[in-house]
Write a protein that binds this ligand. Sequence first.
Ligand SMILES: [Fe+2]
Length: 335
Amino acid sequence: MFGIQNLDLTRSTTEILKHCDLKAGDEVTVYADTGKSPGIVQSFFTSALALGVETTLAVFPQRRKMLQEPSRSALSLMKASTMVVDCATDAWLYTSGLNAILDAGGRVLQVLAAEDTLAKIIPNPGQVKRAEEAAKLFEKAKEVRIVSEAGTNITGDCHGRPGWGQDGVVRKAGDWDSAATAIYAVAPLEDAMNGTMVLEPGDFVWTHPEPMTLREPIRLTVQGGRLIKVDGGDQALRLDRWLRAFHDPNSYVIAHTGFGGDPRASPDFAQEVESIEGGINIAFGGNLFRGLGGKTKAKSHVDIVVMRQSMYLDDELVVKDGKIVHPKLKGLARS
Ligand SMILES: [Fe+2]
């Protein structure tokens, strides 16, 4: 049923699964749908088989909607597995189904990255360490603030929220991660983020399924944790329309903010943008995910990444003008 394999991809998927500490007795389900690149599905399936663990490949019709749960039968299969390689085309993080799999003790590795990204970004110990350290910084922070020369000045209250660090692998029961990513974040309290965020040309807005790289500035106004105004030109209008199309007031609620940490991530590949080292993310919409401690269920989730801004956690400067400067993170992630 499969064709010739991309060797770089196979090397990477094998390395990813090795980093996931699979042991005898573990059962892996590769969950895929009809829209996914067969090369990626094949590669994870054969890599898991080669590691000698019990592996099932399940292919379902593509859902074609974001944040929509898999079918009941797919969910029960995944709940019975120790690890799920989630090769669904459309993300379903922030759903109750995903949380139920994690609560059942499964670990889930989402695979949204394209073949070239997977082949290029292989996990390494530096990335794992950096994600751990970044999560600790967010965990102890009470306040997160983003500023920029272009006019961003926005502050969120994040006290009591867990710190979230993605390293692209899942190592223990209940872990969730996304392959080939290095994203660190926190979910500010849903009603406690205020200020202005000025997006600049070259910044990125992930309006699923067609992301936008900005050619012009967009000014976002956030009040009481909600995005209340999107000002700018054509692209601002497009973002505004995209948000409205969901007819869901929760599409406007702050979901997370943080930054990326992989020097290999490139702005030329949409799935890598959120991982760009020092690129600051801010997202609105669903964030019902226990790793973030988020509370919002929504029909949408938009990730925005700005390239030249600064982030403070309490009074500590962590990212300065798009570069990671915190001493606990600076030297990591190169190998
Ligand atoms: Fe996000």
